[in-house]
Design a protein around this ligand. Structure first.
Ligand SMILES: C[S@@+](CC[C@H](N)C(=O)[O-])C[C@H]1O[C@@H](n2cnc3c(N)ncnc32)[C@H](O)[C@@H]1O
Length: 222
């Protein structure tokens, strides 16, 4: 199995199951032109997240790692009219591109882009009593994931769903000798999950246009 085959299947799925979306294509084009790295969710992944938010009837969503706002727009589209979405981004240039993109997509209304390190943003949200959020999507720097997850729990309620992306790291997750700081971060994240009685979680391995990786789905139970 090759990357070429995984790309072909993602293209097939997008062609068959995702409607043509000139706005999102423009979002990706603008993002590339502005020099942002091509690390947004793939269209099938983003639609999965959108469907999850809809299945869960999420009215309040917290995202860590905005980039150009691609996943943010998908998530915002899943919100009801009175929904809200807070997204944290450390890079002000990326946040500016994301803000323009959310306007372009006509979903800027419920979105608050907080330009600050995720940990500071999380602490601020906790201090402001801004939770609980129905769905939390953790997709910022991977080394910080364990800390982000711990703080996300303080912004949760029983029933909150926490999705964490890029946890498998081409198998590095299961390599006890890995020296990759991001893979080690995801191992610590799994150790936290394993020791956390309030949460039930699983991790799904994926292949696709983003390579071999995976995500964790965690349900806050109490
Ligand atoms: C994988 S990208 C997010 C992709 C986006 N969720 C999407 O799918 O469209 C990760 C983002 O996290 C941001 N980031 C990295 N470290 C961060 C931190 N400490 N706090 C907040 N954001 C951070 C990066 O600047 C980048 O925009």
């Amino acid at each position: 199995m090759t990357q070429e085959r995984w790309d072909a299947v993602d293209d097939y799925v997008a062609r068959m199951l995702l409607e043509e979306d000139p706005v999102l294509e423009e979002v990706l084009r603008v993002s590339a032109e502005a020099g942002l790295p091509p690390i947004a969710l793939s269209p099938p992944q983003a639609k999965f997240l959108y469907l999850l938010a809809r299945v869960h009837h999420a009215r309040s969503i917290l995202e860590l790692g905005t980039l150009a706002g691609y996943s943010t727009i998908w998530l915002a589209r899943a919100l009801p009219a009175d929904g809200r979405l807070v997204t944290l981004e450390i890079n002000p240039d990326y946040a500016a591109v994301a803000a323009a993109n959310t306007h372009r997509a006509g979903v800027a209304g419920p979105i608050q882009i907080k330009i600050q390190p995720a940990l500071d943003g999380l602490r601020e949200l906790i201090a402001e009593n801004a939770g609980p959020f129905d769905l939390i999507f953790i997709d910022a720097d991977k080394e910080g994931t364990p800390d982000y997850f711990r703080h996300a729990l303080s912004l949760s309620r029983p029933g909150t769903v926490i999705v964490t992306d890029n946890v498998v790291r081409a198998g590095g997750l299961a390599d006890p000798d890995t020296e990759d700081a991001r893979a080690r971060g995801m191992q610590r994240f799994h150790e936290l999950l394993a020791a956390e009685p309030r949460v039930s979680a699983t991790t799904i391995q994926t292949v696709g246009s983003k390579g071999y990786d995976g995500f964790t789905l965690a349900l806050v139970e109490r």
